[in-house]
Design a binder for this molecule. Sequence first.
Ligand code: 6GU
Length: 245
Amino acid sequence: MKIDLVTIFPGILEGPFKESMIKRAVDRNLVEINLVDLRQYTHDRHRQVDDTPYGGGCGMILKPEPLFEAVEDLKNKTAANRTRVILLTPQGHKFNQQMARQLSGEEHLIMICGRYEGVDERVRSGIVDIELSIGDYVLTGGEIAAAVVVDAVVRLLPGFISEEAAANESFSEPLLEHPHYTRPPEYRDMKVPDVLLSGNHGEIEKWRRQQSLKRTYERRPDLLEQAELSTEDMEYLENISKSNN
Ligand code: 6GU
C-alpha cells in the first residue's frame, strides 16, 4: 500500500510515522508513506495555497488549483490500478473500524488534510472520493485526523500483527475489552483477581467474557445491539441490570 498525505504543514505529520509499530511497517515495506507539501504545486512567488471566500465571511479557503495538480501528479506517479482520494474534514462521514478495514484493502490512498475554514467545493466534487471526519469535535486541521486514519488502517495490513491477535481484538467483536493484568500479583493493596492466577482456562475465559459484557453494558450499551450474544451472555446481562435496580 502507498499513502500520500497532502498538507500545508508536513511538520505536524513527521513524528507519528517515525516511531513504534508504524515505523516498523514502513521499514518492512508493508506500506510507503509520503508527506507531500501542497506549496510544491503553486506557481506564484508567494506560493499561495488559500484565498478569501467568495460572498464574504471570515477565514481562508484552500484554492482548487494546487490540490487538483497535486492529486493528478500523485496519481501519475503510482503504478497502482486504483487510487482513493480522501478529504479529512469535520463535514465527512464519521470514521470507524469497518471503514479502516475497507481502506486497508486499497492499493493507493491520497489523503488531503483540510485546513482553515474549508476547501473550495470544486475539490470535493472534482477529485475527492471519500470525505472523512474522526469524530464530533473540531480540530484546527485534518493532519492529526489523517494520522489517526493512517494508524488504524496500517495496523490492519496483512503481516502487521499475528492473525490470532487480529481476530481476538476488541471491535472485531463489537464489545469492549476485559481488564488486563500483569505481574506483580499484588501492588499497593490492589490484587489481581484470583481466577486469573488459577490456571483454569475455562473459568478465565468465562470471567473475561463477563467483564467484557459488564464494561460494554456500563460504558457503551449502544454496542450491545450489534453484538452476537449467547443465551449465557444474555442471562448474565439480565442479572447485572436486575442488580442495578
Ligand atoms: Cl477530519 N478535520 C477537522 N478539522 N476537525 C475534525 C476532523 C477533521 N474530524 C473531527 N474533527
